[in-house]
Design a protein around this ligand. Sequence first.
Ligand code: GLU
Length: 318
Amino acid sequence: MTRRPLLLAAVLVTAACVGCSGQTNSAGGAATASRQAAPVAPTTTAAANCGDPTASLRPAPGPLPAPGHMPDGTFMQKIYQRGRLIVGVDQNTLLFGSFDPFTGQIEGFDIDMAHQVAAAILGDPNKIDYRAITSAQRIPMVQNGTVDMVARTMTINCDRIKQVSFSTVYYRAGQKVLVNKDSPAQHIQDLSGKKVCATTGSTSIDGIKKNQAQPVLVDNWTDCLVALQRNQVDAVSTDDAILSGLAAQDPYTRILEPRFTDEPYGLAINLSHPEFVRFVNGVLDRMRADGTWASIYAKWLGPVTKAAPPPPPATYKD
Ligand code: GLU
């Protein structure tokens, strides 16, 4: 097979976030791969059983308050008074959160979720300060109040709901595997004992370990693509949502079926702001009902999926 030109678009999407407003905090892109792509001990723990972790807080009854009319004393009012929503995002994941060097914008499915919340509070979808964060930075950044919300391919699970609150599910992903086209592997089981790349702090590590493969940890998903291109790893394994974006950047790769985990995505919010969780769930409910969710899905995932699913239904615990 003809050898591919190394690095391809991975270098482009990890470019510095010069177009982002506010401070950014990217933990590095393609250039970090060779330094970091060494096998290390995985750090995630198995999820405890907690019932349905995706059951969230029900929106307050009645219509959502209009922008500029946030109830007194709420976190939404604080955001309104500040004039910007601060959101932790990815800038390296094509389709969900990636920096476009041609427009200078961060864009994707996750980013459009953040635009909807900003519009509902501030009356302007663009009043957002982005913080580009890694998988491992999501929980600490929510907990220490650096960001109001994380919109970054984040799976809701039993371990995480003890640390942060989640909105209702806005996207259902599942873990798969990406290999070079000339790899003999046909299933995740064929990678037993092999080096498989994932990001530190991701749920993907558990899926790799359960299949007896050896996790190799990096900061960003594009670092994994570069490690695969350099043959430092045998595969990359994470959510199909993320792998679709990597495969779109490298025609010398292919995705192995089937999905072997369920990864329901939620927007992460500090445990001390239940009224904000209810508000965001109201925004998501409105998006499910008025077709906004479907049009955002069509915009980002339409080109890479066969048929558009209905929006994931909301489940509530109260
Ligand atoms: N959905 C997985 C997680 O939340 C992987 C995605 C990621 O790390 O960006 O850990």
